[in-house]
Design a protein around this ligand. Structure first.
Ligand SMILES: NC(=O)c1ccc[n+]([C@@H]2O[C@H](COP(=O)([O-])OP(=O)(O)OC[C@H]3O[C@@H](n4cnc5c(N)ncnc54)[C@H](O)[C@@H]3O)[C@@H](O)[C@H]2O)c1
Ligand SMILES: [Zn+2]
Length: 359
């Protein structure tokens, strides 16, 4: 079975397919989306290459594509200008032209890097996102944000560039390490918290099977998450308003990541702590019931995610990181809160307000 979500973005509208083992259909799906066969690139990282590149090559060849595999080292460090330059070199050497498709096979690192390369190579060649992590399948593959990092800041250099197609094979999640799998669930819980109350109930019911990576349930959860992200992005492609609600849990989350040193907490783990803090602030400032706040916290705990930093941890570094948050406005921070599960709003909060929720 396969589910298809239509991402409505005017001329940039495209499909997102979700299913188990649809990797083997990639060539057919790309042809059906109107992409031209011929020379193309599979951009991936060394870990994902070993696991899935051969299957993707076969699937593409079967449909008349002639792929070259371009592999980068796994990890955030590959979102660099140096790696981008290597990509351009390899794409040029492979003789790619303006119709040549770039297939981004991997997690968010590969998706962001290959997406930016595709956005800029020959002023833009088509990109197909083939996400293989939970984070990439429920979040980064959809929305058109592409970027590399700069020594001064994450994602400093980038572009909005929509894919022609998204193909999320949930069977690939079977090989994802446990910690990476669980961190992705933070974003899944986020969608339920901000816009889909029944989804929280379903997650409570199905969590054990999801953690066991039951393909049918993964398909359901990924499709539902993508549907929500598609709705938000479709209404606000360039993040002028509504799309900010996707930052639920991220204001505190980003500050934790930055002040703890990138890498010591995974993004999803920091967001999990941030969501618990935001739930507490929601009770204080948005009438969110204490019962619902603890319900959300219990679900986050059951997903194996952290809900708090060690006591006494919050420091000047954390405050500084919070102050640098780009959503800040003259002394206060625009914060996404819940007034009930499944419904969000934004409020301006001060540093003191926020500190009271975390320490
Ligand atoms: N563009 C966006 O809107 C957006 C949104 C969220 C995150 N991001 C970006 O995404 C990146 C994080 O993405 P990520 O969490 O997917 O990390 P990642 O791409 O580094 O993947 C995590 C690890 O899992 C491995 N891996 C990937 N798929 C696998 C599989 N199926 N089986 C086994 N191992 C596998 C990778 O090799 C890597 O080591 C960050 O750079 C972040 O900035 C972008
Ligand atoms: Zn996130």
């Amino acid at each position: 079975m396969m589910r298809t979500i239509r991402v409505q973005l005017g001329a940039a509208s495209h499909d997102a397919h979700v299913g188990a083992n649809i990797l083997d259909e990639l060539g057919n799906l790309a042809r059906a989306a109107g992409l031209k066969p011929g020379s193309c690139a599979i951009v991936t990282d060394a870990t994902v290459e070993k696991l899935y590149a051969a299957r993707v090559e076969d699937a593409l060849r079967k449909s008349g594509f002639a792929p070259v595999v371009i592999s980068v080292p796994p990890g955030e460090a590959s979102k660099s200008l140096a790696m981008l330059e290597q990509l351009y070199d390899r794409m040029t050497a492979a003789g790619l032209d303006r119709n040549s498709v770039v297939f981004a096979l991997g997690g968010g690192v590969v998706g962001d890097l290959a997406g930016f390369a595709a956005a800029t190579f020959l002023r833009g060649v088509p990109i197909v996102q083939v996400p293989t992590t939970v984070v990439a399948q429920v979040d980064s593959a959809l929305g058109g944000k592409t970027a590399i990092n700069h020594r001064h800041a994450k994602n400093l250099i980038g572009a909005f560039y929509q894919p022609q197609l998204i193909v999320a094979d949930v069977a690939t999640l079977a090989t994802l390490p446990d910690r990476e799998f669980r961190e992705g669930l933070a974003e899944v819980i986020k969608y339920g918290a901000i816009m889909d109350a029944p989804m929280i109930g379903d997650l409570e019911r199905d969590l054990d099977a999801i953690l066991a990576r039951n393909p049918a349930l993964l398909e359901q959860v990924v499709a539902r998450s993508l549907m929500h992200k598609a709705a938000v992005v479709g209404a606000d492609e360039h993040e002028s308003g509504l799309r900010k609600t996707l930052n639920f849990g991220h204001t505190v989350g980003h500050a934790i990541e930055a002040s703890a040193g990138y890498g010591s907490y995974f993004h999803g783990e920091a967001v999990a702590i941030g969501m618990v803090a935001a739930a507490r602030l929601s009770s204080k400032y948005a009438g969110f019931s204490a019962d619902e706040a603890s319900r959300l916290q219990r679900l986050i705990e059951r997903a194996g995610l952290p809900t708090a930093m060690p006591s006494g941890w919050y420091s000047d570094d954390f405050l500084r990181a919070l102050a640098l948050d780009k959503k800040r406005t003259a002394g206060a921070i625009e914060f996404v809160l819940l007034d009930r599960i499944g419904h969000s709003l934004t409020r301006s909060l001060s540093f003191d307000d926020i500190m009271s929720s975390v320490s």
